[in-house]
Design a protein around this ligand. Structure first.
Ligand code: NAP
Length: 389
């Protein structure tokens, strides 16, 4: 059983300045994905974690984007500002605010209103008037979707904002929570993360996910302080090691299940372990492939059912593998197995939930309501747990 986390000096409001000690691409050459194994060293922090917990990471923005904003504001970065959202006791420099305290993406409608009142150039005024017109609401939403603050400053140079005016429109840069991919039993001083690096283009500019690109590109090994804290979770291995577990974790959803395996091996848990994993291609995207093979060879991983969605014409997903193995799955569940899901909340977790209901209904000989009640009871008994995002 996992022990409760001891209290630590470090928490969300006082994060520990950790260091990244390993940053390894998990996908093989030719993959369309960039998923990284990141090792964060927490030695000396007195931070404790249990499997299922997440690591909160405070990131910082790209220097190139901050520099462009400063240039467009005609500022040096030394200007003192007190961004309204941050409620600071004393001003900080504009550069610090833009680098590590404020989000540079997802501009609000309010800044477009402000630009509309400040623009002096006729052509810019006309474009802004169209955007802020009541009938342009949908157009504005689409327009903002493709832009960050720097785009707006670039597109409306005649609307001169002061540093304080700009930062007052911005939201706080929030920490990003990553499901921990290691167990503290074998790794007391390390936290492992499985990070999908987000990179895309909009409005002819390269965009990045702030936290994932910070860990992938900007956190220099053993050098850059990475402020972190542990976020406690209800998600975790069964208290009784003899309990079987079924883990459904496509993509980065696999992270906590690597931790579950490390924990169950370290504690000598005798229950069986069944993994459902999926990603785009088997040749390039079977994350931690060697570890799963080794665990299977040593008998620690009872089964691994894999769904590589893009290796054939028709998509195959983890829930298809569940349905193909419905009889066996039901026999595990009936025997008391815990069922875990981690990963995409929008589509995958919903589809897996539906498949679970159908399997219980069909294999358990239950009607729709009885199957729903069965699943509800599993949730109440903490036999059905989800960590979805
Ligand atoms: P992922 O994109 O979730 O994909 C993993 C596997 O799940 C792929 O084989 C994918 O297939 C498959 N999949 C797609 N729809 C599914 C469904 N309805 N049911 C079951 N499986 C389904 O993997 P990831 O590496 O964790 O994430 C990659 C990117 O997606 C990252 O940029 C991440 O930030 C983002 N993401 C965002 C959210 C969110 O914002 N809520 C959640 C999860 C992931 P196909 O792609 O071939 O269809």
């Amino acid at each position: 059983m996992s022990s409760a986390p001891a209290t630590s000096l470090y928490h969300k409001d006082n994060p520990f300045p950790a260091r990244v000690t390993e940053n390894r691409l998990l996908n093989k050459p030719g993959s369309h994905k960039e998923t990284r194994h990141i090792v964060v060293n927490i030695a000396g922090s007195d931070l404790h974690y249990k499997v299922g917990d997440s690591l909160g990471v405070f990131s910082s923005n790209r220097a190139s984007e901050v520099d462009e904003i400063l240039q467009r504001l005609n500022a040096t970065g030394d200007e003192p500002v007190s961004p309204v959202m941050l409620k600071l006791p004393a001003p900080i420099s504009l550069r610090e605010a833009l680098t590590s305290r404020l989000a540079l993406a997802k501009p609000t409608r309010k800044i477009v209103d402000t630009l509309a009142t400040k623009a002096t150039n006729e052509e810019e005024k006309a474009r802004l008037a169209t955007l802020v017109a009541p009938e342009g609401k949908d157009q504005l939403a689409g327009y903002l979707e493709d832009r960050e603050y720097v785009d707006l400053l670039a597109e409306y140079p005649s609307a001169k904002l002061t540093p304080q005016e700009l930062v007052d429109h911005m939201r706080k840069l929030m920490p990003r929570l990553y499901s921990i991919a290691s167990s503290s039993k074998p790794h007391p001083h390390e936290v492992h993360l499985t990070v999908a690096v987000v990179r895309y283009m909009t409005n002819h500019r390269e965009r990045v996910g702030v936290a994932s690109s910070f860990l992938a590109d900007r956190a220099q090994l053993n050098t850059t302080p990475v402020p972190v804290f542990v976020s406690d979770s209800h998600f975790g291995v069964p208290a009784d090691g003899a309990t079987d577990i079924i883990m459904v974790g496509p993509g980065t959803g696999v992270a906590p299940f690597r931790a579950f395996m490390q924990e169950r091996i370290a504690t000598g848990a005798k229950g069986r372990n069944w993994l459902f994993f999926g990603d785009q291609h088997r040749a390039t995207d079977y994350l931690y492939e060697e570890e799963w093979y080794a665990w299977q060879a040593q008998g620690a991983l009872t089964r691994a059912d894999l769904a590589f969605s893009r290796d054939q014409t028709l998509k195959v997903y983890v829930q298809d593998r569940m349905r193909e193995n419905a009889a066996e799955l039901w026999s595990w569940i009936k025997g008391g197995a815990h069922f875990y899901v981690c990963g995409d909340a929008k589509r995958m977790a919903k589809d897996v939930d539906l498949a679970l209901h159908q399997i219980i209904e069909e294999r358990g000989g239950l009607n729709l309501t009885q199957a729903a009640d069965y699943v509800k009871q599993m949730k109440k008994d903490k036999r059905y747990q989800r960590d979805v995002y």
